[in-house]
Write a protein that binds this ligand. Sequence first.
Ligand SMILES: NC(=O)C1=CN([C@@H]2O[C@H](COP(=O)(O)OP(=O)(O)OC[C@H]3O[C@@H](n4cnc5c(N)ncnc54)[C@H](OP(=O)(O)O)[C@@H]3O)[C@@H](O)[C@H]2O)C=CC1
Ligand SMILES: O=C(CO)[C@H](O)[C@H](O)COP(=O)(O)O
Length: 466
Amino acid sequence: MPNAQIGVYGLGTMGSALALNMAEHGFDVAVTNREVEWIGPFVEDAGVLGARIHPHDTLENFVQGLVTPRVILFMIPSGAPMDAMIEAVTPLLAPGDTIIDGGNANFHDTRRRAATLNEHDIHFVGMGVSGGEKGARFGPSMMVGGSAHSWQQLRPILREIAARFEGDPCVDHLGPDGAGHFVKTVHNGIEYADMQMIAEVYGLMRHGKALAPAEIGKIFEQWNEGALRSYLVEITGKALQYDDPETGHPMVDVIKDAAGQKGTGRWTVVEAVRMGQAANTIEAAVGARSWSSEKATRQAAEEILGGTCLALDLSRETLADAFLAARILAYAQGFRILDAAAQEYDWPLDFSRIAEIWRAGCIIRSALLDDISEAFQGELPAGQLILAPRFAQLLASSIPALREVVSGAVKGGHAVPALSAALAWYDTMRQGHGTANIIQAQRDFFGYHGFERLGQEGKHHGPWWD
Ligand SMILES: NC(=O)C1=CN([C@@H]2O[C@H](COP(=O)(O)OP(=O)(O)OC[C@H]3O[C@@H](n4cnc5c(N)ncnc54)[C@H](OP(=O)(O)O)[C@@H]3O)[C@@H](O)[C@H]2O)C=CC1
Ligand SMILES: O=C(CO)[C@H](O)[C@H](O)COP(=O)(O)O
């Protein structure tokens, strides 16, 4: 007898936490996993919540255990495994059923899968989930892309299990097919930039001001009480104050300085460039992760080129203001990419709502998102977040600090790729008259590409062709 309102396939970190979250909110959840030996221990560990969890050890039984129209959430790696699972489950489903991919999928795959399943009248939802394991268990932020039909099916469950910001559930239907996964991808792009900027500011305090990790941790802790309040600042402050139980050294000192990446940051940059955007702060963060993984090369280079960095005379207030300015610019770049995608794919993205559903549960939740949401509700000059009165004012007061930090870092030989990229973008955008006239002259000179003249229509060529 089918009795589960939703099925969760994939009892790894995220799937098991989401299943427990749903059970805790009173939903009956069918569960299964590729390696079935994990299912029993999962249900045992669920304790009293186990009463609402219905384990199955075959895909057929799992599907049959769901009330119709069925809703199945897959929390598995989103590439080939997702395609294989769609192929396996589709013959077991009926028109009107919904498959959700809650993993970090490439939105192009999501669009393709949605179109294919649509031919069988099966709905495919690409759902970005943020918040890590704790978020999934106690309230994630969720970005849903799919049909109105599937949103009707999902809405009651997702609004219950989502994180709440002042009572407002951090989940919404953002558009069709790939919209949810695209928004999650850009969320992660902003996440990369924020993490990199935090790492750079940490580096300046550690190597430019010779502060110990725990002291820096305390500074982040204080910053988390003010305008920089955010989950990433909070956890950085905490992480910096841990010691390694094995050696007694600060924990950060025993972690290899080579950052992993699974693809979402890179996709953000690729899509931005493809749509004629340049999210250089996010790009700098992705690039910095790649450079970080070249540990052996960097070690060899330090021997040959010298790794000396000079001491810096920067106050913690200046560093905080610089980080605030750069953080605003990174968010602004993320929203520009979302705007470009809304136009390219005809998605009705509501930027204010997106900022709202990022205010709790997700990795980039921060004090700024309230202001961002409000800014998108008003008139934005030229559609740009940085020109909203609130942000123009915040930038006016914080950019001098970013300038001081970047110039000090550059003089002292400290690498600040994301902070300096943010400043370069700001300085480019505030010039109504730039230097691309030279690029156009060069292009015409070597390739007869032509250029527009100021105040004149049409294509022109330079006197170098006469
Ligand atoms: N961890 C995080 O913070 C976040 C992760 N995500 C995304 O959520 C998804 C799941 O991540 P997470 O829970 O961390 O991963 P885990 O590695 O903890 O779990 C992976 C799950 O996928 C299953 N799986 C792996 N390969 C296959 C396959 N070929 N066919 C069927 N099932 C398979 C595993 O089954 P088995 O037990 O049999 O190996 C396991 O249940 C990923 O797409 C990830 O990008 C999204 C947001 C945050
Ligand atoms: O989606 C997430 C957070 O929002 C995941 O934790 C993701 O794995 C982070 O990306 P990466 O592994 O590339 O750092």
